[in-house]
Design a protein around this ligand. Structure first.
Ligand code: AMP
Ligand code: MG
Length: 321
């Protein structure tokens, strides 16, 4: 089965040919070294490594985000309470960085039942992993420097440790260590110049990773009402587009409350967050989440994101495993 981007829809492990298994194992080596490098770096830089959760009453509303497209939200009842599967750990990160861990990261499973028409975009899975991090009192500048260090260091490390694998996968020649600091673009300006399809156009013209800032989206990203701008960001890589989203966060009760109302988000769902903010216990922070599969997709040049997963979760397609 072929997709709109000419990729074959990734198959389940048991359906792969000998050559396809070989490719899977090469990709897996890059995944292993990527996770090893990034987690080591963060631990070295004094980040606490927290374990993820699957069920909570509060999770990311994923709304309003122009990029989100959810077919169904998973809600189940346990012990007489309704819980949701993790859409992202943003709310948990706000609690954790405010109350206990000034520098933290989590490798967390995200469940997002993407609309089935996203099967062929090559960028969407309905389960994926984020390398999520948060810095209490952090700024976007700090996050930019942290992520640039991680990305440049990772590519450098892989070029040294994985020349053979990357050569066989075909990305070794073009996967150069990027120059930092990365360029910064304003999303509103990109939209004005290139129309609503600005993301695809941007990914097609860049040859180094770039930052995009000022993207209107969920209530927890910091918005400057006076300047009418957002202190948030996405990281785009050549050809494949967005691999990270993040922001400086809102922490003031009045602003969060107003934005929740404005966006039509259910207030009851975020009651504990509002309480924490009202008590002045929610602290300013900044952070982001790297889509691990998207990052590795770029490193190995995979047409479809599900190629980098041992158990592909392709929108609209449910395998046994
Ligand atoms: P978000 O905050 O919603 O942008 O999600 C954070 C990161 O997770 C994105 O920048 C992507 O790298 C990754 N991501 C989001 N949705 C998906 C998806 N459906 N499949 C794979 N990765 C995703
Ligand atoms: Mg995003």
């Amino acid at each position: 089965m072929h997709t709109e981007i000419g990729a074959v829809i990734p198959k389940s492990l048991d359906e792969l040919s000998h050559d396809e298994i070989r490719r899977k194992t090469l990709i897996s080596k890059i995944m292993t070294r990527t996770l090893n490098y990034l987690t080591n770096e963060l631990v070295e830089q004094d980040f606490e490594w927290l374990l993820p959760v699957v069920f909570s009453k509060m999770t990311d509303p994923l709304w309003p985000d122009p990029g989100a497209s959810i077919e169904k939200r998973i809600e189940v009842e346990i012990y007489g309470e309704t819980v949701r599967t993790t859409a992202s750990m943003i709310i948990h990160k706000m609690f954790a960085s405010s109350l206990a861990f000034p520098k933290l990261f989590i490798l967390s499973p995200n469940v997002r039942i993407e609309k089935r028409e996203r099967q062929g975009t090559g960028r969407h899975a309905y389960e994926f992993t984020q390398l999520d991090f948060e810095l209490r009192n952090g700024s976007s500048k700090q996050v930019f420097r942290l992520v640039e260090g991680l990305i440049c260091g990772l590519v450098k490390n892989l070029r040294r440790t994985s020349k053979e694998e990357l050569s066989e996968l075909g990305t070794f020649p073009e996967l150069r260590v990027p120059k930092s600091p990365f360029k910064v673009h304003d999303a509103e300006k990109l939209k004005e110049k290139n129309g609503s399809d600005w993301e695809t156009k941007l990914a097609a013209v860049i040859d180094e990773p770039v930052w995009v800032t000022n993207i209107p989206r969920e209530f927890y990203d910091f918005q400057d009402f006076e300047k009418d701008s957002w202190d948030n960001y996405d990281l785009f890589v050549p050809k494949y587009g967005e691999i990270l989203s993040g922001a400086k966060r809102e922490f003031e009760y009045e602003k969060i409350s107003k934005k929740i109302e404005r966006d039509g988000v259910k207030r009851e769902s975020y009651a504990l967050l509002l309480k924490l903010a009202m008590e002045g216990r929610l602290k300013p922070s900044a952070g982001g989440g790297i889509g691990v599969e998207r990052l590795v997709r770029w490193l190995v040049g995979a047409k479809h994101i599900a190629e980098v997963s041992p158990f592909p979760k392709v929108p609209g397609l449910v395998h046994e495993l």
